[in-house]
Design a protein around this ligand. Structure first.
Ligand code: NAD
Ligand code: DAU
Length: 377
């Protein structure tokens, strides 16, 4: 093998798509998936590539700096793509400490381990990269300032056919950080540590801030998979507040492709925003999900609308996120591949075709997979 790229959090939703892309596209590079397998980590997300010769899995906690140093040294890691994190906003509201520990201390321990190993090499930081995957939530919340149906000023191939912008401002790379939830505060803090390692020690780092992802293998606590699963099981759909909050949605494989491009062509020290100019009000998205699930399961259109249940709002619920990704398009030529309506159709079909994946999560069985497959390897 030429090189070793460590991908942290590779058993999670986005991480598993990044691991699959890299293992398939770079057969001469060892792809080392380091994951603690928390409730959100599921090795079944990678069962199709787990026997490839350039893939290796290690169960480890990124919060442990000595363990990270050992892993990086023993595997001669030359690049890191850091995705491991606690990622669910609602969990951060009930358990902020775990978020600070994993997202802040975990990132710091990986940074310190990379620095220590790379400084021992004759070529030091040359051809090395610490790529930190962050979120648009660090920028805070935008207001809804345009009337419904407002003309969207920008489009990409990910934009919905009925592309609407719910405001005139967007998050750019220079937008001042203003996190509101314990989750976004912990991600913002981890971003600051990454920049501090670049500015203080010269560690080659890149940070990307991406909008909401959707697609196969997303843990069914997040809006889209939770609602698909609830519709299939005729359970209530808990819409926070009035359902007027706006999110900017990107198909997960397009995020993985952006990470690949930026990892190989991006400029160390830079930040890139990733998003598809695809804003949706929650309630409109939910109606689209209902329509798609009903159609694909042979029910009359809208027959699951009665499941919509308005519930108490999420505390500190950010009103609108909208990413301006024109720097990435302009400098590296990235374009999303999938239009939103196609992406939702593909996602619903995947959940319909893989009921055992969701059932194993709801029954808790997925957590035994590591014991069966990996313990004695
Ligand atoms: P996820 O919750 O699905 O997966 C997180 C993974 O990290 C899991 O496999 C988990 O086991 C692992 N992990 C957690 N704590 C760990 C620890 N201490 N040591 C080692 N591994 C640990 O998350 P996701 O939605 O795939 O998000 C991945 C990354 O992308 C996160 O950093 C998140 O902040 C960021 N992000 C997510 C989105 C989104 O819409 N999901 C958007 C932008 C950015
Ligand atoms: O913007 C990027 C972020 O997107 C990532 O950094 C996070 O890791 C990821 O979880 C996601 O955060 P959100 O809070 O936007 O995603 P979530 O799926 O939890 O919620 C999407 C919207 O739907 C949000 O406005 C809250 C609302 N919602 C969510 C759930 C789970 C509901 O109305 N009901 C629900 O049951």
């Amino acid at each position: 093998m030429n090189d070793c790229i460590l991908i942290s959090g590779g058993a999670g939703f986005i991480g598993s798509h990044v691991v699959r892309l890299f293992v398939t596209k770079y057969p001469e590079t060892l792809i080392l998936n380091v994951d603690k397998l928390t409730y959100a980590g599921n090795l079944k997300n990678l069962s199709d590539i787990e026997n490839r010769k350039n893939y290796k899995f290690l169960k480890a906690d990124i919060v442990d700096p000595e363990e990270m140093k050992r892993i990086i040294r023993e595997n001669k890691v030359t690049g890191i793509i850091h995705l491991a994190a606690e990622s669910h906003v609602d969990r951060s509201i009930s358990d902020p400490f775990t978020f600070a520990k994993t997202n802040v201390l975990g990132t710091l321990s990986l940074l310190a381990a990379a620095k220590e190993f790379w400084e021992t090499l004759p070529e030091k930081y040359e051809d090395k990269l610490f790529y930190h995957v962050s979120t648009d939530e660090v920028y805070g919340a935008l207001e809804i300032t345009t009337p419904e149906g407002g003309q969207a000023p920008f489009r990409t191939s990910a934009s919905s056919e009925n592309n609407v912008a719910y405001g005139t401002d967007f998050f750019v790379e220079e937008t001042k950080y203003d996190p509101h939830s314990p989750y976004s505060a912990s991600k913002a803090s981890s971003d600051h540590f990454v920049r501090a390692y670049h500015d203080t020690y010269g560690l080659p780092t890149i940070i990307t801030n991406c909008s909401n992802n959707y697609g196969p293998y997303q843990f069914p606590e997040k809006l889209i998979p939770l609602f698909i699963n609830n519709i299939l099981n005729n359970k209530p759909l808990p819409v926070y507040g009035k359902g007027e909050n706006v999110r900017d949605w990107l198909y997960v494989e397009d995020h993985a492709r952006a990470i690949d491009l930026i990892f190989h062509k991006g400029k160390p020290g830079e930040t890139y925003n990733i998003g598809g100019f695809n804003e949706w009000r929650n309630i409109d998205l939910i109606k689209t999900i209902i329509k798609t699930v009903d159609r694909l399961t042979g029910k009359p259109e809208g027959s699951s609308n009665h499941l919509i249940t308005f519930v108490t709002d999420r505390p500190g619920h950010d009103m609108r996120y909208a990413i301006d990704s024109r720097k990435l398009q302009r400098e590296l030529g990235w374009e999303p591949s999938l239009q939103f309506e196609e992406g939702i159709e593909k996602t619903v079909k995947w959940y319909l075709d893989n009921p055992e994946w969701v059932n194993e999560i709801t029954s808790g069985n997925y957590q035994q997979y590591y014991e069966q497959m990996y313990k004695n390897r």
